[in-house]
Design a protein around this ligand. Structure first.
Ligand code: NAD
Ligand code: WQD
Length: 337
């Protein structure tokens, strides 16, 4: 049984990935400082899987603390590196915090991997690396445009660091996963997304429906899209989680074509903001209180993935759609109240 270190394992995507890894026979340990999460989520992971996951509550920007996790787990065969700060707006207000946190933590993890002979890493990247993409759907070789936020730039830089480390530092293999717009929760509703201050569309919708917000705003209906609202590629968190399991299996089986590979993770179809709202209304039977407002600064008009590479190389395909995202996100919102 291979043991995987999951940094950021108490976060949204990390916790769902712990479940999928355990379901597929992996042993897991987490390293999460809990800066944006609670280790209470591991109770949910235990209730689903029957397994107690140990979390090391270390700040991965602290090299000695990071080292202590590797020292205590000399048998890990790979790292899935989720730990990062992820709020686009906060990154605009505090760029130095974002560069320090997201890059130092990555460098410390990589240095420890070299020191302790751990060869395999999966890195959480984002469709935000594409910026205002020049072609749709975007493929992994669609060139980066200017990052729209310091957060997005930390992901561009993280990818470049990995690329250089893989090519010049012997023995490190990386899979970079570019997530599109994650949403939804585990079917059990024992775990789900618990954002500190929701700004992403799916939790904004469920928080509005449950009354945590009086109403919500659709940011613009005058874009050149089929209904005037922006187009995104919403991917269910359990489909995303399963891509990490497939990617780690791929690395452990030495199936890579090169030692730094990149995969888009989206369903491959665009959904407008209004279509997402209608999907929510259909699964919940509620009428959402929303208004049309001005465009939000920094939003791209449309982005969705070409996911052919993840299908052909990793054997991964999304099994769920926007309705599944809304249904599980809504069930989770009602449960966590
Ligand atoms: P999240 O905030 O729920 O999880 C990240 C976890 O990392 C948190 O639990 C936080 O406490 C931890 N963390 C942050 N800095 C740390 C540090 N220095 N040391 C130790 N732990 C630290 O976010 P998420 O949605 O689960 O995202 C996971 C990863 O996926 C992130 O790298 C994020 O940038 C990336 N990503 C997320 C999305 C999204 O929309 N959720 C989209 C694309 C990419
Ligand atoms: C989706 C659509 C909004 C809220 C961000 C990051 C990206 C990735 C995913 C981390 C947009 C519209 C939203 C609301 C709205 N995260 N919207 N009203 O901006 O596509 O991507 O999260 O890597 O990097 O940039 O996601 O969920 O904020 O917005 O109309 O109250 O919903 O304008 O069109 P986004 P989002």
């Amino acid at each position: 049984m291979s043991k995987i270190l999951v940094t950021g394992g108490c976060g949204y995507i990390g916790s769902h990935t712990l479940v999928d890894l355990i379901d597929n026979g992996f042993e897991v340990v987490a390293a999460d400082s809990l800066i944006n999460a609670s280790d209470g989520i591991l109770e949910g992971v235990k209730a689903i899987t029957g397994k107690t996951v140990q979390n090391y509550p270390v700040d991965l920007c602290d090299k000695a603390a990071t080292r202590s996790v590797f020292e205590a787990n000399p048998d890990i065969s790979g790292v899935i590196h989720f730990a990062a700060l992820k709020y686009v707006g906060e990154s605009v207000e505090k760029p130095l915090l974002y560069f320090r946190n997201n890059l130092d933590s990555l460098l410390n993890v990589l240095e420890c991997m070299v020191e302790f002979g751990v060869k395999n890493i999966i890195f959480s990247s984002s469709c935000s690396v594409y910026g205002n993409a020049t072609e749709l759907p975007v493929t992994e070789s669609t060139p980066f445009q200017t990052a729209e936020s310091p957060y997005a730039r930390t992901k561009q830089m993280g990818e470049q660091i990995l690329y250089d480390v893989c090519f010049h530092e012997k023995g490190i293999n990386a899979v970079i996963l570019r997530y599109f717009n994650p949403g939804g929760a585990h079917e059990s509703t024992l775990i789900g997304e618990a954002p500190t201050a929701a700004t992403n569309l799916v939790p904004v919708i469920t928080e509005t429906a449950i009354g945590k917000r009086k109403s919500m705003t659709v940011f613009g209906n005058d874009y050149p899209t089929r209904d005037g609202s922006c187009v995104r590629d919403y991917i269910h968190v359990m489909d995303l989680a399963n891509a990490h399991t497939k990617a780690i299996q791929y690395l452990l089986a030495n199936q890579q074509e090169s030692n730094c590979e990149i995969f888009n993770l989206g369903i491959g179809e665009g959904v407008t903001v209004l279509e997402a709202i209608y999907a929510f209304e259909a699964v919940s039977g509620l009428q959402l209180n929303y208004e049309i407002g001005p465009r939000r600064a920094g939003d791209v008009v449309a982005i969705y993935a070409n996911n052919n590479l993840a299908t052909s190389r990793l054997g991964w395909m999304a099994q769920r759609n926007i309705s599944d995202i809304m249904r599980t996100a809504w069930a989770w919102e009602q449960k966590r109240r």
